[in-house]
Design a protein around this ligand. Structure first.
Ligand SMILES: Cc1cc2nc3c(=O)[nH]c(=O)nc-3n(C[C@H](O)[C@H](O)[C@H](O)COP(=O)(O)OP(=O)(O)OC[C@H]3O[C@@H](n4cnc5c(N)ncnc54)[C@H](O)[C@@H]3O)c2cc1C
Length: 232
């Protein structure tokens, strides 16, 4: 049983069904209602916190974590190509911009690790080359990462949904799971307003929308304020 019908839940539904598992997915709103149909569509490896910081703080586990983000990128790209998901995906590459001169040193160190440890195609570009690329003189240079791209988020979501459905996963929009309980003799019971469903495993894929369904998970969700501005 999968709870939550975004990228996480739907990719899991498609892959589990492909492996022959009986899969049901419950989504509180319509399928793809959450962040998965209304994000920026940038497909990158990496995290908000920089690679250097990740390795300094967590050592090998930090590197493993970073590797998992590269694997996730590969999975998305492979799924789109292999399953011919029409979502305007383009392997465009991306730039990490140095808006202070001092940022170039950190970007240089990051480039070295990305190249030497992760064998990625990256390079530093100076302010003159950057100017011809982005048309702005505001930056001191950039790190160019080739392995990244962009897609239409809702079309990708629709493609994953089609894939899961074609593989006979049972997808239910408009049904909220209200409780999950472990059964004494193994497995779980998932409750909704109208039913109690017995299942072997449960994947909770509810992201920041996680409600009171599992209080121990809800406690770990921290609201973060964020704002982005785009100037032309
Ligand atoms: C404005 C914005 C821009 C972003 N831009 C990018 C970007 O450019 N690149 C990128 O990689 N990421 C981006 N993200 C992040 C990305 O969208 C998310 O990480 C991703 O969509 C998470 O997918 P998910 O399936 O885990 O969660 P979601 O898509 O949020 O799905 C969770 C679902 O669980 C459902 N749910 C919750 N509780 C229950 C319940 N009790 N029963 C049933 N269903 C339930 C919700 O209704 C929801 O639909 C962005 C996010 C936002 C908000």
């Amino acid at each position: 049983m999968i709870i939550g019908g975004g990228y996480t839940g739907m990719m899991a539904a498609a892959r589990l069904a492909w492996r022959g598992r009986a899969v049901a997915l419950l989504e509180k709103h319509e399928l793809g209602w959450g962040a998965s149909s209304r994000n920026g569509g940038m497909v990158h490896h990496g995290f908000k916190v920089g690679l250097q910081t990740l390795i300094e703080r967590y050592g090998d586990r930090g590197a493993e974590l970073y590797r998992s983000s590269i694997d996730a990128f590969d999975l998305v790209e492979h799924t789109i190509t292999e399953q011919r998901i029409d979502c305007e995906y383009e392997r465009s590459g991306h730039l990490s911009l140095a808006y202070r001169a001092g940022h170039m040193k950190g970007l240089g160190e990051e480039a070295t690790v990305l190249r030497d440890v992760f064998k990625l195609d990256v390079r530093l570009i100076d302010d003159a080359e950057l100017h011809s690329e982005v048309g702005s003189t505001a930056y001191h240079g950039a790190l160019l990462v080739e392995k990244s791209g962009g897609l239409h988020p809702a079309k990708y979501m629709a493609g994953l949904t089609r894939l899961a459905r074609d593989r006979a996963a049972h997808l239910y929009g408009g049904i909220a799971a209200t409780a999950v309980e472990r059964r004494r003799r193994g497995g779980f019971t998932v409750e909704t307003a109208g039913a109690k469903i017995a299942c072997r495993d449960v994947l909770l894929a509810t992201n920041g929308y996680t409600d009171g369904i599992l209080p121990q998970v809800r406690r770990r969700i921290i609201p973060l304020g964020r704002s982005e501005s785009i100037r032309s």
